[in-house]
Design a protein around this ligand. Structure first.
Ligand code: ADP
Length: 320
C-alpha cells in the first residue's frame, strides 16, 4: 500500500482535526503518501483531493471543526455518485481510505467496501455518542465539557431568581449527552428519548425540592425527547414555575477539543492507518475497555448502543 486518503463527513465534531493530523503523520511515518479529501463524499465525487504533508497538519490538534471541511451529499447515495467517487479514488491511485464521521458517513464507507472492494477503515466522529463499537466517539467529551460549563453558568443565574431552567442539548436518538451532563452538572431531572417520562411526576419532585428550600431547578432535555419550549410550557402551566428555556444548539459542536478527544482522535487515527497497512478493511476503529479495537462496519451499523442503566440509576438517585 502506497497511497491512502482521509476525509471527514456528515456532522462535524471537535477532534476531527486531531484525527486527520494523526492519519497524515502516521501514514508519512510508515512510508505512505496521504491525501486529504475535502468536503467528504461530495469532494470525493468532485475530485477535490490533495496531497497532505506533515506541515499541512501543524497547529491543527487544538482546533475545533475540520480543516478538510465536511458536507452532506445526497448524490453519493446513488449508484452514479458512488461510481464517480470510486473512479476518482482509482484515478488518484488511492488504495486505502479513512472515513471520519457518524452513522451516515460510516454507511457510505460500508458501501465503498462491500460494493466496490475499496479498503476502508472508519472512525467514529459524533458528539451524540450513538455509534456502536466504541465506548465513546470523537467529540463527545468536548461537547460534554461545553454543556457543563453552560449549565454551571445558567445555574448561577437560576439561583439568583428562583427560576426553573430547561436546557436542551443535542441527541436525536440518544440521550447520552443529556444523561451524562445532568449527572456532571447536578441537574434536578433529565429527559431522554430512551425513557418514557411523566411530566407531572417531574414537576411534583421539583415542587417538593422548592418546599424544602431549594432556590432553583435545572432540567436537561435531550432534543430527541421533545422540544424544551413545549416541555417548558407544560412546566409553567401545570407547575406554575417561573420557567426559562435555553437551547444550546450548535455551540455544542464547536470549541477546542478536550485533552481526552485529542488523545482519542490521535490513537484512533494511528490505529486506522496501521489497520489499513495490516490489511484490515470494512471495519471501524473504536475504543474498547482501554484498548483500541476494530469492529466490522456491518456490525457497527446494525447494532444499537444500549443506554447505560447504571448511569440512569445514578442520575435518579443523586437528583433526589
Ligand atoms: P453523519 O455521518 O454525521 O451521520 P449523515 O447521516 O448526514 O451524517 O451522512 C453523511 C453523508 O454520508 C451523507 O451526506 C451521504 O453522502 C453519506 N451517506 C449517508 N447515508 C448513506 C447511505 N445510506 N448510502 C450512501 N451514502 C450515505
Amino acid at each position: 500500500m502506497n497511497r491512502i486518503a482521509v476525509m471527514t463527513s456528515g456532522g462535524d465534531c471537535p477532534g476531527m482535526n486531531a484525527a486527520i493530523r494523526s492519519v497524515v503523520r502516521t501514514g508519512i511515518a510508515n512510508g505512505l503518501e496521504v491525501f486529504g479529501i475535502e468536503q467528504g463524499y461530495k469532494g470525493l465525487m468532485e475530485n477535490r483531493i490533495k496531497l497532505l504533508e506533515s506541515k499541512d497538519v501543524a497547529n491543527m490538534i487544538q482546533r475545533g471543526g475540520t480543516f478538510l471541511k465536511s458536507a452532506r451529499s445526497l448524490e453519493f447515495k446513488t449508484d452514479e455518485g458512488q461510481q464517480m467517487a470510486v473512479g476518482n479514488l482509482e484515478a488518484n491511485g488511492i488504495e486505502g481510505l479513512v472515513v471520519i464521521g457518524g452513522d451516515g458517513s460510516l454507511t457510505g464507507a460500508r458501501i465503498l467496501h462491500e460494493k466496490f472492494g475499496i479498503k476502508v477503515v472508519g472512525l467514529p466522529g459524533s458528539i451524540d455518542n450513538d455509534i456502536y463499537g466504541t465506548s465513546i466517539s470523537i467529540g463527545v467529551d468536548t461537547a460534554l465539557n461545553t454543556i457543563c460549563r453552560a449549565v454551571d453558568m445558567i445555574n448561577e443565574t437560576a439561583s439568583s431568581h428562583d427560576r426553573t431552567f430547561l436546557i436542551e442539548v443535542m441527541g436525536r436518538n440518544c440521550g447520552y449527552l443529556a444523561l451524562m451532563s445532568a449527572i456532571a452538572s447536578g441537574a434536578e431531572a433529565v429527559i431522554i428519548p430512551e425513557v418514557k417520562y411523566n411530566i407531572e411526576s417531574i414537576i411534583n419532585k421539583i415542587k417538593v425540592r422548592y418546599v424544602e428550600g431549594k432556590s432553583r431547578s435545572v432540567v436537561i432535555v435531550a432534543e430527541g425527547a421533545g422540544s424544551a419550549y413545549d416541555i417548558g410550557k407544560a412546566f409553567q402551566l401545570i407547575g406554575g414555575f417561573d420557567t426559562r428555556i435555553t437551547v444550546l444548539g450548535h455551540l455544542q459542536r464547536g470549541g477546542a477539543p478536550s485533552v481526552f478527544d485529542r488523545t482519542l482522535a490521535t490513537r484512533l487515527g494511528s490505529a486506522a492507518v496501521k489497520g489499513l497497512i495490516e490489511g484490515r478493511t470494512g471495519v471501524m476503529a473504536g475504543l474498547g475497555n482501554r484498548e483500541i479495537s476494530f469492529t466490522p462496519l456491518s456490525e457497527v451499523l446494525t447494532k444499537k448502543r444500549d443506554l447505560d442503566e447504571t448511569m440512569l440509576k445514578i442520575a435518579e438517585e443523586l437528583s433526589l
